[in-house]
Design a protein around this ligand. Sequence first.
Ligand code: SAM
Length: 491
Amino acid sequence: MSDHRAGRPHGSGRPPRAAGGPGYSRDARSGRAPRGGRPPSDPARQAAYEAIAAVHRDDAYANLVLADILRDMGLSGRDAAFATELTYGTLRALGTLDLIVGSAAGRDVARIDPPARDALRLGAYQLLYTRVPDHAAVNQTVDLVRSVVPGAAGFANAVMRTISETPLDKWLERLAPAYDADPVGNLSVLHNHPQWIVRAFAEALGGDLEETARLLIEDNQAPIVHLCARPGRADAVELADEVDGVPGAFSPYAVYLNGGSPRELAAIAEGRAHVQDEGSQLVAAALLAAPIEGRDTRWLDLCAGPGGKAGLLGSIAALRNAEVTAVEVQEHRARLVEHATEGMPVTVLPMDGRSVGRDPDLPEESFDRVLVDAPCTGLGSLRRRPESRWRRQPSDLPALTKLQRELLVAALRAVRPGGLVAYVTCSPHMVETQVTVTEGSRRSGVEVDFVDARPLLPPGMPGLGPGPTVQLWPHRHGTDAMFLAMLRRTA
Ligand SMILES: C[S@@+](CC[C@H](N)C(=O)[O-])C[C@H]1O[C@@H](n2cnc3c(N)ncnc32)[C@H](O)[C@@H]1O
């Protein structure tokens, strides 16, 4: 079974299936059959409830746990789509839903029994953010609560009825601080992002709160799936025809899918393409677009798992007679890189990227181009991970930025004089981007120059800012918020 839990590589963490019964015959808290007599809500809602409960109870990743639940319950088509919308929508809107549920319950949500709390969040989402009729949202939620916390059915009924008496805009008016008095607090409630993230985005956008609001709105949309047509194996225009998609706006390798599951595509099964955000394609290709003097055959990907960028670098390496060394510290992710780069001139090293100079496979001053796609908060890809905005905390930053600096220092040691390092994050947080690059290069003791990254992206790309670094944005470019700094080692 696949791994659903954040930071825990093995085991699903979900309660075991009750023998012989359908998916909704379980108690979501204990794994036992429901204590109430009536069958709980319909399968799509039950699947959504179980996914939401697993995310909060077990630190599960919503996309992984939901896929397993849908498969276990045999849900597909409209039921699966509804369950997905309910799960992702509820998890995304969690902070605002909690304010509303708490207000309607007359107590902080922290004081509501967790299974009932998750059911009420799901119910409130249906009432306020979907076209589900009120009576259906109320009845189904009460049934669901009765099945997991039988004594709380009356309470759930009262809370749901109170929520249903007021439309969303009035709830927001009542609960959000006034924009003039507290713009960050207001945007946080209106657009379902924690305040510290709103603040970080606003800072990266130069304090422009109107643009920040546009970003927050975009972050709440489900992103379309992007494919990367692997150079030498596929052509983006032909691939777009084949999969009934559209060639990307910027990356020469990108294809936008019009829906459907990428897993079923022959191009993916045959290794001609992989799923990859267009922004990720652009920053990886930028590393290879920068001119370099002398040898240009030894490339290093220092943080390679699960292998999206290594797959693109490896395809281009095959065309340019270069070789890629791909480093990944987590064994199971290193195996994913091996799979993603099959048949390419890529050597995967399951080791710590900070061992440059201490391991014979990673000698100093030996690579021509180095990519550091650093582990980060992932604040630039919140569209894809609905739960992550509420799970991430500012206290995650110190450990991550320390690791980012150390990996950047390792990259600067690994690159030869005249060679290039691309420092990349899928976060626009200034502490992970500008501060890490400035501090990391200063502490490395290696002499470097910033290379203007803007000309390394396709001509005509709008909104790239004043340089030399580049910050991509969902609301400007339709990509994840990828950051790119290009550094050339001078001595
Ligand atoms: C942002 S992800 C890289 C994504 C990847 N480049 C891609 O395009 O698929 C960062 C990766 O760095 C790995 N990592 C974390 N610490 C590391 C270290 N000290 N050395 C090497 N890899 C590390 C993480 O396990 C994670 O797989």
